[in-house]
Design a protein around this ligand. Structure first.
Ligand SMILES: C[S@@+](CC[C@H](N)C(=O)[O-])C[C@H]1O[C@@H](n2cnc3c(N)ncnc32)[C@H](O)[C@@H]1O
Length: 277
């Protein structure tokens, strides 16, 4: 076991960000109430409001999730700061530590940050090793996913992600989350807006870690087209959603179009990465 202060801090942080020390709590009724039919939704919201007034909360107890499922980020968590799970956090640590050790130039970006856990962790790795000359960039609408643009990206036809209010986390909340860990400073930048609008002109010169977590074909493709050319040789391209049909198709299309043959390494059931040749 590596017991250097840096490794111990990062290990503790990963488990905290993933809420791995504690059992997954029951899901408050409000969290997914938007998925219920309108009459049931309104009725439950009404009952819930009354109960809240008396200090009670309605929660749903789903069947217990195994440690392995949580480590592989297979659930949409109630409290965790990230949904990517411990294995993908380990991979992210490996990527950031490697670009530092091998002096691969460039900033670190995640496209699709949700509550911010993965970008908080990137900033923490830089802090742990005293790295002052790299930025962490958090790109997101901070409003959830867009409706599919089927004309441009037919592969996104029928994609339901945009209905999920659960995936919409405001910029203020993400900043607060950074603050909770004492990691909000001038090395962190936020790029707010739809990827189509922000990424093609992102104020980024060079990247060493490009972490894609936008779930859909369009969100993945626009991030690749805009940012992959800025990734340094030896830099990491990490894909969170290769287990999702649309994202996989975007990755496969982009690699084929660009003639990318670098070996794809598997992280877990959905995460993959490769290093740029
Ligand atoms: C699955 S969540 C990301 C999870 C996060 N990386 C974590 O550590 O838990 C997907 C995020 O991508 C963002 N997103 C997806 N497509 C987008 C787009 N086209 N423009 C802006 N934001 C987008 C959503 O707002 C959401 O926050």
């Amino acid at each position: 076991m590596d017991t250097t202060p840096e490794k111990l801090y990062l290990d503790l942080l990963k488990k905290t960000l993933a809420y791995a020390f504690w059992p997954e709590p029951p899901v408050p009724l409000e969290t997914f109430n938007y998925l219920r039919p309108p009459v049931k939704r309104r009725f439950l919201a009404f009952v819930s409001r009354i109960l809240n007034r008396y200090g009670f909360e309605i929660v749903e107890q789903y069947k217990e999730t195994s440690f392995e499922d949580r480590a592989e980020g297979k659930i949409w968590p109630v409290k965790a700061f990230t949904m990517i799970g411990l294995k993908r956090l380990d991979n992210l640590q490996y990527a950031v530590e490697t670009v530092i050790q091998e002096k691969i130039a460039g900033d670190l970006i995640e496209t699709g940050v949700w509550r911010g856990g993965a970008v908080i962790f990137m900033r923490a790795v830089l802090a742990a090793y005293g790295i002052r000359d790299r930025k962490v960039i958090a790109a997101d609408s901070f409003e959830g996913l867009p409706k599919a643009d089927v004309e441009k990206y037919p592969a996104d036809q029928g994609d339901p992600h945009h209905i999920h209010e659960y995936l919409a986390v405001s910029l203020e909340e993400v900043k607060k989350n950074f603050e909770k860990f004492g990691l909000l400073d001038e090395q962190v930048e936020f790029l707010k807006g739809w990827f189509e609008d922000t990424l093609p002109h992102a104020p980024v010169e060079r990247l060493s870690v490009l972490r894609l977590d936008g779930d859909m074909y369009g969100s993945t493709m626009v991030a690749l087209k805009s940012l992959y050319p800025k990734l340094s040789k030896g830099g990491f391209c990490i894909v969170d959603d290769y287990g999702l049909k649309g994202c996989k198709m975007a990755i496969d299309d982009f690699r084929r179009e660009q003639g990318i043959t670098a070996e794809i390494k598997k992280i877990d059931w959905t995460g993959i990465y490769w290093r740029k040749d």
